[in-house]
Design a protein around this ligand. Structure first.
Ligand SMILES: Cc1cc2nc3c(=O)[nH]c(=O)nc-3n(C[C@H](O)[C@H](O)[C@H](O)COP(=O)(O)OP(=O)(O)OC[C@H]3O[C@@H](n4cnc5c(N)ncnc54)[C@H](O)[C@@H]3O)c2cc1C
Length: 410
């Protein structure tokens, strides 16, 4: 068995892992990042980048690279007989978003990690750990038949929604709290340069009944759009939708308006952990970040910005703490606890049968309400914001977290 040592081992090279590896390497640590795939690799995603993701990618140094990518101005929300154009509206964030296929985006962020000094080992799958008390002593991996043991002072785990290491480390994902299931594909569109991302909040099933799901079309500026459907579920109210079938149905409904041609390419569905509904997110010398820590917005399914942010926050914590067991969940709660608590409470309500058909038309009739909804749904309230929406959102969060039987990340 080969044995390798480093200061920081990062498991997973998605946005979270690459961000963590970049910031840790920049602070002078010897970093190794491993990923089971060989890059460039695809990932089921809507490919949407909110202004918050743009902000974080710019911090990483990708501002110039993003300048060549399509810019979107906000959300075109459609449903219940209405269509609203809602510009991105967080006062302390960029005024545009973007959409970049993950096969390209993740490869580019991984390159940032390499350029920052991290060693990247691709095709290396972590399958187990050895422990010394509450600390990881080594991570056991396989590259083909070869077993490689990585010994690191600190381990940052960014292995995504399924988190194989999570199972070994008693991380628990609580699915009594709302989670997402979604499917995406690519298709040629003459409106690939449309400057708005579109979301259809009213999806109908075969019998014209309103389903508790939504559809999206994110223009990529490449001649294609990312098209997808998603819904929320809980253990009690599992999603009883055939997502692939629904995605095909939705595509046919949008074919004329979006000037779509040809077949769906690379359809792929996956689950989304949401709202920090994960416990056991840290031990003495390890931290879970990104999807592995349930860091996805319960109201719109975006997780790239949280992944990038938690990667940076974890790298910063390496400098300040010697035991992450309590410090890391506390840090996650401090940044995301209030917003996740209220957002997942609202998401849970959306899984109640019959609520969406009643509430949807009321919401869609009010442009001001939808503007506020876009801001909070898009994670565009930052800690610096002091305006009335930001304050009301935080107050609702404080109330919600008091009522939680299990607060986010606990
Ligand atoms: C259908 C769908 C649509 C979505 N749309 C959007 C969107 O438009 N915008 C948005 O912001 N978010 C969206 N999300 C959420 C977003 O995809 C995730 O939040 C984001 O990818 C999280 O990044 P991550 O780095 O934590 O995990 P991932 O991107 O999943 O990366 C995990 C990495 O770990 C590697 N890995 C896994 N297991 C191992 C192992 N045992 N050993 C080594 N490596 C391992 C994987 O190969 C992978 O590269 C969507 C999700 C889905 C499912």
């Amino acid at each position: 068995m080969t044995s390798l040592t480093c200061d920081v081992l990062v498991v997973g090279g998605g946005p979270s892992g690459s961000s963590a590896a970049s910031w840790a390497a920049r602070s002078g640590k010897k970093v190794i990042l491993i990923d089971k795939e060989i890059f460039p690799r695809d990932k089921a995603c809507g490919d949407g980048l909110t202004p918050r993701a743009i902000h974080e990618l710019t911090k990483l140094g990708l501002g110039e690279w993003l300048a060549d990518k399509p810019k979107n101005l906000g959300l075109r929300a459609a449903g219940f007989g209405q269509e609203l154009l809602l510009p991105w509206n967080g006062p302390s964030l960029p005024k545009h978003g973007s959409a970049v296929p993950r096969i390209e985006l993740d490869n580019r962020i991984l390159q940032v990690a390499k350029d920052s000094g991290a060693d990247v080992h691709e095709g290396v799958a972590a399958f187990d750990v050895t422990m010394n008390g509450g600390a990881i002593e080594s991570v056991l991996t396989k590259r083909g038949e070869e077993v490689i043991e990585y010994r690191a002072k600190h381990v940052i785990i960014a292995d995504g929604v399924r988190s194989q290491l999570g199972r070994k480390l008693k991380r628990e994902w609580h699915r009594d709290t709302a989670y997402g299931v979604a499917a995406r594909a690519y298709i040629t569109s003459e409106r690939s340069d449309d400057p708005w991302i579109s979301s259809h909040l009213e999806l109908r099933g075969a019998d014209n009944e309103v389903l508790s799901g939504y559809g999206w079309i994110f223009p990529l500026g490449t001649g294609e759009v990312n098209i997808g459907v998603g819904t929320l579920a809980t253990n009690k109210r599992p999603a009883d939708l055939n997502l692939r079938q629904l995605m095909s149905q939705y595509t046919e409904l949008q074919r004329d308006e979006w000037k779509l041609s040809g077949d769906l390419r690379l359809p792929w569905s996956a689950m989304l952990p949401m709202g920090g509904a994960v416990s056991g997110v840290a031990g003495t010398n390890f931290m879970f970040i990104g999807d592995a820590a349930g860091c996805v917005n319960p109201l719109n399914g975006e997780g790239i910005d949280y992944g990038l942010e938690t990667g940076r926050l974890a790298a910063e914590m390496l400098q300040t703490e010697t035991d992450f067991s309590e410090a890391w969940p506390n840090e996650l709660r401090e940044h995301y606890g209030l917003a996740f608590s209220i957002a997942r409470r609202l998401a849970g309500l959306l899984t109640v049968p019959g609520l969406l058909p009643k509430a949807g038309p009321i919401g869609m009739r009010s442009r001001s309400l939808m503007k506020v909804a876009l801001r909070v749904m898009g994670n565009l309230v930052t800690e610096e914001d002091k305006d009335i929406t930001a304050r009301a959102w935080r107050t609702a969060g404080r109330l919600s977290i008091k009522l939680d039987h299990r607060a986010p990340f606990s």
